[in-house]
Design a protein around this ligand. Structure first.
Ligand SMILES: Nc1ncnc2c1ncn2[C@@H]1O[C@H](COP(=O)(O)OP(=O)(O)OP(=O)(O)O)[C@@H](O)[C@H]1O
Length: 460
């Protein structure tokens, strides 16, 4: 939650006839760099006939934050009195980082939200941030220390468009010394944020403890790491373009990936296209371990399932990889009407991607048809017990699967319950207590993880 206050009148400004943004936003922390950037932007804007809105986010985390807002208000008033086309907006964050969260990450995320929102409200389509070359070099270093690949080593983009707003870092190639020089020349006052010296934050540890020694031993460190970022960005773009082109060739409508075509790619291209496809399918960023595992296992198998973060799982069936909801999700009450109760030999899908089921009438050993009313499917939770026959002991499902030698892939499906009574288990059949009496209308159930082959169904 944020509270935005605007000490000066602020009405959205439409673009000029030439299509230039009439209003440019600057993210102003009040520190040296963003103060200098704001000053330089207003000077340029004045010459171009544009207005500038300085956007400040009060994180509500430090005692000094109210003083900083007062400092910015004074500074902006001074510039306004000199006739400069500038106004200030402040957003106050009213929530707190959740327990255990990284304060840095929380502050960054909430700051970006607030900046984006204020810029949109002000009608700005360009937002400037004051990151410079050393910030970029530090980011590359921190990413490398986390084991990042090209996308991470590309560090901060010079500009990126999000929701119609261009976030730009015009000083990414500037040294901090050049900015310091600018600040002195224009006698700009700025705040010093004491949290910049807090060794709990990794960037501060790098900046205060490591950077001076690194630069002393390797004077070209800053420029070299900025070059790494640019080259990593190019590499990341290239990988992405190749992955997109490969994906077009291996995609199988509507959402699948054709395994044979994918296996024909080189390992590096398999890896890149798989990552991109998983991301496109909503599985997020795939970890190296998961991608390694798939690269090793997919060539060896014709059918399989792999859990993905969240409620999804990757499935391989009939040469196609696809993502679906994990079959361990239990069917909720709202899904219940979809439960296929027709006893007609036909395979029908269970809701929530829990596989396929078919019901057939039988003469003995089946489940009473009457039991289906009000029954529900639920994934194995652990602790369920099952008796193989009347008078036989109820044992854990695992024991019973072992006793009967049921293969792992037949044990995966959901269990059928009526209230607290277990009715049927895939691979084991009808629970002894739920069995129909002789002469009672009854049925057998079969379960399959994937849609059974239509041709095989017709043959039966
Ligand atoms: N509280 C804030 N409100 C608005 N913009 C901010 C805020 N904090 C950071 N920014 C923007 O993000 C950039 C990078 O932030 P960073 O924390 O590295 O810098 P800083 O220590 O706040 O100070 P500065 O870069 O102004 O010297 C800033 O230059 C500024 O453009």
């Amino acid at each position: 939650a944020t509270n935005a206050s605007s000490p000066t009148a602020a009405s959205p400004t439409p673009p000029t006839a030439e299509g230039r943004p009439a209003c440019v936003a600057v993210a102003l922390s009040g520190g040296r760099d963003s103060t200098a950037l704001c000053h330089a932007t207003v000077r340029a804007a004045r010459a171009l006939g544009l207005t500038v809105v300085a956007l400040h986010v009060h994180h509500g985390l430090q005692a000094e934050a109210d003083d900083w807002v007062r400092h910015l208000e004074r500074q902006c008033r001074r510039w306004q009195r000199a006739g400069w086309p500038l106004r200030l907006r402040v957003a106050r964050l009213t929530d707190r980082p959740p327990a255990g969260a990284s304060i840095e990450a929380w502050a960054r995320q909430r700051r970006h939200q607030a900046l984006g929102r204020m810029a949109a409200e002000e009608g700005a389509t360009l937002l400037l941030l004051a990151h410079h070359a050393r910030d970029q070099a530090e980011t590359v270093c921190l990413q490398a220390l986390r084991g990042a690949g090209p996308a991470g080593l590309a560090a901060m983009p010079r500009s990126v468009v999000r929701d119609g707003l261009t976030w730009a870092r015009p000083w990414l190639g500037c040294s901090p010394q050049a900015i310091e020089h600018y600040v002195r020349r224009h006698r700009l006052g700025h705040i010093e944020d004491p949290s910049n010296r807090d060794p709990r934050f990794e960037r501060n540890r790098l900046r205060l403890q490591v950077w001076p020694a690194l630069v002393q031993a390797f004077p070209a460190t800053e420029q070299a790491l900025v070059d790494v970022a640019r080259q990593a960005w190019e590499a990341a773009e290239l990988i992405d373009e190749i992955a997109a082109a490969d994906l077009e060739a291996v995609r199988r409508a509507p959402h699948g990936l054709a395994l044979a075509a994918w296996l024909a790619l080189s390992p590096a291209r398999r890896r890149a296209s798989l990552r991109r496809w998983l991301k496109e399918q909503g599985a997020g960023h795939a970890s190296d371990r998961f991608v390694d595992r798939l690269l090793a296992e997919l060539p060896q198998t014709r059918i399989g399932r792999w859990p993905v973060d969240g409620p999804l799982e990757l499935r391989l069936y009939r040469g196609t990889l696809s993502l679906s909801r994990r079959s361990s999700a239990s069917i909720t009450a709202t899904d219940a009407p979809v439960w296929p109760v027709a006893i007609d030999h036909r395979w029908r899908p269970l809701p929530a991607g829990q596989g396929w089921v078919r019901l057939r009438p039988v003469e003995e050993g089946g489940l009473p048809c009457s039991r289906l009313a009000g029954s529900h499917w639920q994934a194995r939770q652990g602790g369920e017990r099952f008796a193989l026959g009347p008078g036989r002991p109820a044992r854990s499902l695992k024991k019973q699967f072992q006793t009967l030698g049921i293969p792992a892939w037949q044990r995966q499906g959901p269990l059928l319950w009526s209230g607290a009574q277990l009715l049927w288990v895939p691979g084991l059949g009808v629970e002894a207590q739920a069995r129909a009496a002789a002469g009672e209308p009854q049925l057998s159930l079969e379960w399959s993880a994937d849609e059974p082959d239509a041709a095989a169904q017709q043959l039966e």
